[in-house]
Design a protein around this ligand. Structure first.
Ligand SMILES: Cc1cc2nc3c(=O)[nH]c(=O)nc-3n(C[C@H](O)[C@H](O)[C@H](O)COP(=O)(O)O)c2cc1C
Ligand code: SF4
Length: 518
């Protein structure tokens, strides 16, 4: 059997030099006259080890990383094609500490299989969920998803089964499934990783959603900054269509479902579901007032399920292994697993899929290994640019929707960004207001005008102009934005601002110039 070498083609790994490594491996194979198959797999998510090169040996896969092009010659000299020892040797990839302790349900195949091999997908449990779904009634599929406890992973945590039931119960001549792959939150990359590393799981999840609700057409709305994900998804849709996974008779059943990939033009607000629908319809992405809900009147006025990539990609394992299996993981009303994306100033950055319930401290200190700079952790922003900053005093908060809400925070899309003690939280609060001002769709006044006024107030505070007055003003302004905005962009910007102010008050009272000079 010819040797099989896995070199990630995932954009995170490419950014870290995977293409140069692949080129060096190809050149070395040619020079040594060795025939081998190079598979461009997805990343397993341990980005601090990327580019992580793996070889299939008689004793299973052996990983090496992070591999530099200059390591390649010596890797061959050390016999890496049979798992030989080398300074970059990591052993079995799924036994490395970062990966060994994870519970991989949604990401079970990511980094393991060839992303565009449907045979590989099937050999690793792919299509079992869809196979079960085509033999069930739509109502039973919806019941299964509802009972699993799956909640939307895009940010709001809304129960997926209830959303699907609303669309199922709404009669119309046409219904749609829209996958939200806009992934605009800072520090998040789970959607991208699954689209590049295991695209068929998303296709399978969307097909199940279609069959469950009576929708026959799906759209995946991908942000333009994800060209690799767009390319992989387009190829995967083609392959699935040719294999009869999509089309008029899904897996030979009477169900029809097909889909297309659409690329956004680049606006954070187009991740908001109704702005996304406007954008898909070819209009400028602006938030729609609700009601009507998209489940009643969504894309082109038809009942529409809009779900995040991870919500949809989690459905196949639920339909394969059952609602009870999935529900068994997690805590409280947060069931199943969540792919936590650890980023920012952190030693071990990457994607960590685990059951809900780990504390923030465990994630930052034990899994993330603390800061990359080695300085003390000052704050962690959880849930993207609209998420709150958590100080170390709140590190005992378990990763659970309700527990985070009780601490005036949110889980969002489960991205966490770590900051060390050199971070200036007043600057971070200003950044939140500025981000809102830039990204606001302009439809409502508290967000459109409030965010600009917020920047001005925080600038005056930084200049130490009547600080107490500015703090009272920004607090009042945040209250207006929180309760008066039409969507969560204006409504949640107060979370990073007020959490920074409440947890790090010293940063909001700059030392007077004269005092600092003493
Ligand atoms: C400003 C803003 C940006 C958003 N961006 C995203 C995004 O990039 N991806 C996403 O899935 N949801 C995003 N959402 C949430 C969506 O509006 C919606 O709740 C989600 O797509 C529903 O899918 P889910 O139930 O599977 O989470 C955003 C919301 C707001 C207010
Ligand atoms: S809160 Fe901001 S983004 Fe949302 S509708 Fe209002 S102006 Fe648009």
């Amino acid at each position: 059997m010819i040797p099989r070498i896995y070199i990630p083609g995932d954009s995170g790994a490419l950014a870290l030099g995977a293409e140069k490594v692949a080129k060096a491996v190809r050149a070395e194979l040619a020079e040594r006259g060795i025939e081998a198959k190079i598979v461009r797999n997805g990343s397993r998510g341990a980005y601090f080890l990327e580019p992580m090169v793996e070889v299939a040996t008689a004793n299973g896969r052996v990983a090496y990383g992070p591999v530099k092009p200059s390591d390649v010659k010596s890797l061959f000299d050390c016999g890496f094609l049979t798992g030989g020892h080398h300074k970059r040797w990591l052993g079995a990839p799924d036994k490395t500490p970062f990966l060994a302790k994870q519970t991989r349900l949604t990401f079970a195949r990511c980094g393991v299989t060839d992303p565009l091999s449907l045979d590989h997908y099937k050999a690793h449990g792919g299509l079992n969920g869809l196979q079960n779904a085509v033999a069930m009634t739509p109502a039973d599929i919806v019941k299964q998803v509802t009972e699993s406890g799956l909640r939307g992973r895009g940010g709001a945590g809304f129960p997926t089964g209830i959303k699907w039931k609303t669309v199922l119960d709404t009669s119309a001549d046409r219904k749609y499934i829209v996958c939200n792959a806009d992934e605009g939150d800072s520090g998040t990359f789970a959607d991208r990783m699954i689209m590049e590393g295991d695209p068929f799981v998303l296709i399978e999840g969307m097909a199940i959603a279609g069959i469950a609700t009576g929708a026959t057409k799906g759209f995946i709305y991908i942000r333009s900054e994800y060209p690799h994900a767009v390319a992989v998804m387009q190829k995967a849709v083609e392959i699935a269509r040719r294999a009869g996974v999509l089309g008029v008779n899904v897996l030979g059943s009477p169900n029809s479902f097909d889909m297309e990939v659409r690329v956004g033009a680049g606006a954070y607000v187009c991740g908001e579901e109704t702005a996304l629908l406007d954008s898909l319809e070819g209009k400028r992405g602006q938030v729609r007032a609700k009601p009507p809900l998209p489940a009643h009147k969504g894309l082109f006025g038809k009942p529409t399920v809009i779900n995040n990539v991870i919500s949809l990609a989690s459905v196949p394992v639920i339909m394969d292994k059952g609602a009870a299996f999935y529900k068994d993981f997690g805590m409280g009303r947060s069931r199943g697993t969540i792919p936590i994306q650890i980023a920012g100033n952190v030693k071990y950055a990457g994607l960590y899929e685990a059951a809900f319930g780990m504390t923030l401290g465990e994630i930052v200190d034990d899994i993330g290994g603390g800061t990359a700079t080695g300085r003390p952790v000052k704050a962690v922003q959880v849930g993207g640019p609209l998420g709150a900053y958590f100080p170390r005093a709140l590190f005992d908060t378990p990763f659970d929707y309700e527990a985070f809400a009780a601490k005036d925070g949110l889980i969002g899309h489960a991205g966490i960004v770590v900051f060390d003690d050199s971070a200036d939280m007043l600057k971070q609060a200003r950044f939140a207001m500025e981000f809102c001002a830039i990204e606001s769709c302009g439809k409502c006044t508290p967000c459109r005008i409030g965010s600009t006024r917020g920047v001005e107030v925080l600038d005056r505070l930084a200049e130490n102009i009547e600080p107490e007055k500015q703090i009272a003003l920004v607090t009042d302004l945040c209250n207006t934005m929180k309760f008066g905005s039409l969507c969560a962009l204006g409504g949640f910007t107060p979370y990073p601002v007020m959490s920074a102010l409440n947890h790090f008050p010293d940063d909001f009272r700059p030392t007077p110039v004269a005092e600092a000079a003493e």
